[in-house]
Write a protein of this length. Structure first.
Length: 93
């Protein structure tokens, strides 16, 4: 399959419509990407362990600390509308 046919096929799968100019541009970019992948595939990687992350740092998160927060009444006291212990807001679709 030539690059233009490949772009048209992928566009059809993704339900996208491209102009002839866009298809040609994407085909050119696609060729560059495939060329780069081929260059990577030619590298001798024997003895090199694959990485799962760029950094070997493990858990860098801090411990959770419980801190005092607003009471339910303080949190809701300035709410324009409320329903028992919840803020009442307009529906968002």
């Amino acid at each position: 399959m030539n690059p233009i046919e490949t772009v048209e096929y992928v566009a059809e799968l993704a339900r996208l419509k491209f102009t002839k100019e866009e298809t040609a541009e994407f085909a050119e970019q696609f060729q560059k990407i495939l060329s780069y992948i081929q260059t990577i595939e030619e590298l001798d990687l024997d003895g090199i362990e694959p990485l799962t992350h760029i950094s070997e740092a493990e858990n860098v998160f801090r411990e959770d600390m419980v801190k005092p927060s607003l009471s339910l009444e303080d949190a809701l006291k300035n709410a324009p509308k409320r329903n028992e212990s919840f803020f009442k807001v307009p529906k968002v679709l």
